[in-house]
Design a protein around this ligand. Structure first.
Ligand code: HEC
Length: 168
């Protein structure tokens, strides 16, 4: 029997799932990017396991707070992206909030370009507003970028921006 326990899976798809009988609330899965994700509450909340992430800097921690408050509702926990919904899958004009971890293409942009997108928003959809009109300033956007980059792996960090073409 399957019952829904959460809808915060973002753009991830489970390709493998494992559980043990002696600790049923502990689940370990593999997403389509080959990253291990785990849940300690029976699948309600999921987090990346391990990874090459450096501890957060002061600015990264500040960015994480802002992210949880303003961005996570669309871009997902740990920046995994927006979860597929019936609307997203059936309305061709619906633009999903992309993953901001290293799995989509946020790392193809320079820090400056990311800061600009955050402050000025998207031309294509009002769902990604200009955050400078919603109380965030340039320092906040830089903190957010620091946090977002803490979610990237080494390759994305080394290949960020115009260099990404050489790393494909
Ligand atoms: C209501 C939903 C929503 C919220 C909240 C939201 N975004 Fe977005 N965001 C989007 C959508 C949708 C897009 C895609 C826009 C496009 O493709 O033109 C996007 C795009 C972006 C991009 C560009 C990513 C890329 O790969 O080019 C960045 C960076 C971003 N958002 C950061 C943030 C940050 C930081 C916050 C919080 C301050 C935030 N967003 C809050 C919906 C949202």
């Amino acid at each position: 029997m399957w019952t829904p326990v959460n809808n915060k899976f973002g753009a991830q798809v489970l390709t493998q799932l494992s559980a043990t009988a002696d600790e049923p609330s502990r689940l370990v899965g593999l997403n389509q990017y080959g990253k291990i994700i785990a849940s300690s509450d029976g699948g309600v909340n999921w987090h990346r396991l391990g990874g090459s992430n450096k501890p957060l800097t002061k600015s990264g921690r500040q960015g994480q707070k802002l992210f949880t408050e303003h961005c996570q509702s669309c871009h997902g926990v740990d920046g995994v992206g927006e979860t597929y919904t019936l609307e997203a899958l059936t309305n061709k004009n619906y633009i999903m909030a992309p993953a901001l971890n290293g799995s989509a293409h946020a790392w193809h942009h320079t820090d400056e370009a990311l800061v600009k997108t955050i402050l000025d928003g998207s031309q294509r959809t009002e769902r990604m507003p200009a955050w400078k009109t919603k109380g965030l300033d340039e320092k906040d956007a830089e903190d957010l970028v620091d946090y977002i980059k803490s979610l990237w792996d080494k390759r994305a960090l080394e290949c960020q921006g115009p260099k990404h073409m050489q790393c494909m």
